[in-house]
Write a protein of this length. Structure first.
Ligand SMILES: [Zn+2]
Length: 443
C-alpha cells in the first residue's frame, strides 16, 4: 500500500533461515496464557457468504482444512469475527475453546484451538458466524445505503490482523493455500458488481463462486461488491510485450478521472514492468478499482487504488504479490524496493555515501504483523546504498532475477540477502543488511 501512517518500532534484528518448504517459514511454537500454540499448514478454506439485504446481515459458514506443523497439539489461527458455533473434525466444540489470546503489540490477537490435533491428518474446523466489523485495528465495516451495499476486503499492512482473518479463518503470511468463497446476495433491489482477482463463475444473478489459487496467502484476495450505479466499467484485451492480457477497470464515478485514462495508465505500467522485471505472473488479467481519496492497496494481480498510486500498486504485482514476503518481517522489502524503483525515489549520492544510523526494518519477532513505516523512506535509502555499492544497473538485474526465481512463492529477507550476495559476489552486501535492515550497530 502507499504510506498513510508512520509506525516506528525499534527492535534488535536477526536473520531467519531460508528454506524450501513454506512450513519452514512458520514461526516457532509459542506459549501464550499457559497454552502451547502450534503453527498450522492450511490446505484450503471453503467459505459461503450470504448477504441478506432485508436484514442487512451477512451469514458465513467456513471450513478450514489444515495440518499441524512439527508436532501435535493446539492449533493456532486467526479470525476477527464473533464465532457463533464451531465443530472440529465433525464434533461440536465450545467457542470458548477457540478464544483469541493477546500475543503482544506487534501481533495483536490470535486464536488457539484448545483441542489436541494430530500430525499427518487433515483436520477440519467448521465455523459459523454473522459478520460484524472485524475486531482488527482501524477495520472498516460493510456499507448499506440507498444505492445498495458495498463490501471490500480492505486489507492493510500497517496494523496486525487486517488481512483475510478479518472475514475468513486465516493463517500468517508463510502459508500459501486456495481460498474458495461462494457469495450470494439475497433481496438486492439494485444491480451489484463483483470486483475480484479470484477466478469467478457467475452461477446466476448476484451469485458468484470465487476461486483463489494455491499461491494465495492471507493478503492476496481482492473482493469488492459494489452497486453497479456507482461504477464506470471498461474491459480491454490487448498485447503486453507479446502476452495477451485483459485489463478490467472499475472506476468509481466520484473518482477524479475516467475509466479510459485508468486503462491507459494501467497498460503503460504493465508494459514497463513486464519489460524491466519479468513476466506478469497472475494469469491473463489485471483488475483495477479506482476511487477518490488517498487510500490504496495491492492484491495479487489487482488493486484498489487512488489514481496517484496506480503505478505503485501495479508494481506490487511484481514485488509484494508476485514474489511475496514470507512474513511481516519481510514486508519491508516490497515497499522499499517499490519506492526506490517504481516511484523513482532514488536517494542522492550524498545520502548513501555517508554512514547512517542503524535501522530495523526486519524485526526478530517471528510473530510480528506490522510493516514498519520506515520501509518506505529508509527502506528506499537502503536500496540506494545497495545501488551505490554494487551499481544501480547490477542491482536492477539482480532484483529482476530474484523476482523471476521467486515469483508465485514467498521469500524471506534472508533469501533476498543471500541471493544478492551470491549474484553480486560482494560480501559487503551483508554489512548493509546488518546495519540498515536488521538494525545492528556493528563495525
Ligand atoms: Zn506499497
Amino acid at each position: 500500500m502507499t504510506q498513510s501512517l508512520a509506525i516506528l518500532i525499534a527492535l534488535v534484528g536477526a536473520t531467519s533461515v531460508s528454506a524450501q518448504s513454506n512450513n519452514d517459514y512458520a514461526p516457532p511454537v509459542i506459549e501464550v496464557d499457559g497454552l502451547r500454540g502450534i503453527p498450522i499448514d492450511i490446505i484450503s478454506v471453503d467459505t459461503q457468504m450470504v448477504f441478506d439485504f432485508e436484514t442487512q446481515s451477512v451469514n458465513v459458514i467456513s471450513d478450514m482444512n489444515f495440518k499441524m506443523i512439527g508436532e501435535k497439539g493446539f492449533p493456532l489461527f486467526d479470525l476477527r469475527q464473533q464465532i457463533t458455533s464451531a465443530a472440529l473434525n465433525g464434533i461440536d466444540i465450545d467457542v470458548a475453546q477457540l478464544a483469541a489470546h493477546d500475543f503482544g503489540k506487534q501481533t495483536g490477537t490470535m486464536r488457539i484451538i484448545e483441542s489436541e490435533c494430530q500430525m499427518k491428518v487433515v483436520n477440519v474446523l467448521h465455523l459459523e458466524y454473522t459478520l460484524s466489523t472485524p475486531s482488527s485495528p482501524a477495520a472498516i465495516d460493510i456499507k448499506w445505503d440507498k444505492a445498495g451495499m458495498t463490501f471490500d476486503t480492505w486489507y492493510s499492512d500497517l496494523n496486525p490482523g487486517r488481512y483475510a482473518e478479518q472475514w475468513f479463518p486465516a493463517n500468517l503470511l508463510y502459508d500459501q493455500h486456495p481460498l474458495n468463497v461462494d457469495i450470494k446476495l439475497v433481496g438486492a433491489k439494485t444491480q451489484h458488481l463483483m470486483v475480484t482477482n479470484g477466478a469467478t463463475t457467475e452461477v446466476r444473478k448476484h451469485e458468484w463462486q470465487l476461486r483463489f489459487p494455491d499461491s494465495s496467502t492471507a493478503f492476496s484476495h481482492m473482493i469488492v461488491i459494489v452497486p453497479a450505479s456507482e461504477i464506470d466499467f471498461l474491459s480491454k484485451k490487448g498485447n503486453v510485450n507479446g502476452d495477451k492480457m485483459r485489463i478490467d477497470v472499475y472506476c468509481r464515478k466520484d473518482a477524479p478521472t475516467s475509466a479510459q485514462h485508468v486503462l491507459n495508465e494501467t497498460a503503460k505500467s504493465l508494459r514497463e514492468y513486464s519489460k524491466s522485471m519479468g513476466k506478469w505472473d497472475h494469469g491473463d488479467d489485471c483488475i483495477v478499482y479506482v476511487w477518490k481519496g488517498s487510500r490504496s492497496m495491492e492484491y495479487d494481480g489487482a488493486t484498489t487504488t487512488a489514481l496517484g498510486a496506480l503505478d505503485h500498486e501495479i508494481f506490487h504485482s511484481w514485488f509484494g504479490r508476485g514474489v511475496k514476503p514470507a512474513s511481516q518481517n519481510d514486508g519491508w522489502w516490497d515497499e522499499a524496493f517499490n519506492v526506490y524503483f517504481a516511484d523513482g525515489r532514488r536517494p542522492n549520492r550524498r545520502v548513501v555515501e555517508k554512514e547512517g544510523k542503524p535501522v530495523t526494518l526486519s524485526s526478530n519477532n517471528p510473530y510480528n504483523r506490522i510493516t514498519p513505516g520506515a520501509s518506505y523512506s529508509l527502506g528506499a535509502v537502503f536500496f540506494g546504498r545497495l545501488a551505490h555499492l554494487i551499481g544501480a544497473d547490477n542491482l536492477h538485474t539482480h532484483m529482476s532475477d530474484f523476482y523471476n526465481k521467486y515469483t508465485g512463492q514467498v521469500a524471506s529477507t534472508a533469501d533476498m540477502e543471500n541471493f544478492l550476495v551470491t549474484a553480486s559476489g560482494n560480501e559487503e552486501v551483508r554489512k548493509l543488511f546488518a546495519r540498515y535492515v536488521y538494525g545492528r550497530d556493528e563495525k
